[in-house]
Design a protein around this ligand. Sequence first.
Ligand code: NDP
Ligand code: GDR
Length: 373
Amino acid sequence: MTQKKTALITGVTGQDGAYLSEFLLEKGYEVHGIKRRTSLFNTDRIDHLYQDPHVDNRDFILHYGDLTDSTSLVRIVQKVQPDEIYNLAAQSHVAVSFEEPEYTANADGIGALRLLEAVRILGLEKKSRFYQASTSELYGLVQEIPQKETTPFYPRSPYAVAKLYAYWITVNYREAYGMYACNGLLFNHESPVRGETFVTRKITRAVARLALGLQDCLYLGNLSALRDWGHARDYVEMQWMMLQQEQPEDFVIATGRQYSVRQFVERSAAELGITIVFEGEGEREIGIVSKVEGNRAKCKVGDVVVRVDPRYFRPTEVETLLGDPTKAREKLGWTPRTSFEELVKEMIECDYTAARRDSLVKMAGFQAYDYHE
Ligand code: NDP
Ligand code: GDR
């Protein structure tokens, strides 16, 4: 009987952590995840994978730890003796990194070093393969379009600068200690469980709520930013594939197609039969309902449903990202399965279902218990 492979995932409670856990469990792995202590439950995305700790032979096991706490990492790596480590944990919000630059550097930059050092201290350099969640944000200010593995980096946020350190320390441990360590340069990837403050999920949630009369207006920042958006489910497969090669290498993962934030809004609204037209410019730009079809939306023609709020502008912005996934296709046979339209549809359908539930609860006269009274 061949022994199960063991994977350790940091950031297991995040979007990618949840999809990757599902994927690896289906492949027959024993999956260990690191979650951090929070005052509220933070395991919503993986609750369906939970296994009762009183049961023997579990293959999904969570450990408390934190990327800012070396000793917890050493303890967990020693206990798990992983064949594969996926370092997905991060303060992953670019705008927030301007507010918390030091913490972001600590968790996203030095955190990767702590994990690599844990592997080295424990003498697991030849056993544990290491995946680092690198990002298209490294390209930042445009040097070349589309961006590929050889495109020079120009990070534009504390988040991206921290991730630049993590990228290079991963390369350095590969070269210095012969570790199987590699970077996935992943472009934006989304899903119905994307964090609610990233622009795509903010849009799909808001459009669903606007359609049902639960919200009046959606406030956004830079509507012209261009992104290459894929589906997280497709991208975690590639994270695994990168650790199954003979030699460790870095890969760009992207769709090769690009849309603006404005187009994401238009597409989301169209899924519910709402046509939005944009007028004005810069901070005065607004999105107005020009047509409503079908019976899924209660909006009226003429409603102003999108406004620009400069509070969402970033001190330095990444205006355009477009990835070239040729290397991933040619060397690993990977291509994204989900189109932009399918991604938006899936996200809208989930958020519309959730909004309908809220709407029905509201119509039934339910009021939440107010513990301040
Ligand atoms: P999420 O923000 O959804 O998840 C981040 C995870 O990291 C969460 O589990 C979070 O825990 C955990 N975490 C945050 N800080 C710490 C810490 N100090 N110690 C331990 N865990 C911590 O991100 P995604 O799943 O979208 O992204 C996964 C990784 O890929 C991240 O590193 C991100 O920067 C990177 N990336 C993401 C892209 C994308 O488009 N999604 C593109 C390119 C790279 P909690 O749940 O408690 O908050
Ligand atoms: P990004 O994702 O910064 O690319 O980082 P985000 O969805 O936050 O922003 C994408 C673009 O939309 C513009 N934008 C807004 N963004 C947010 N969050 N909220 C708004 O209201 C808004 N209005 C316009 C932004 O300015 C930006 O140009 C994501 C994260 O997952 C990172 O961890 C990851 O590394 C990169 O993708 C690749």
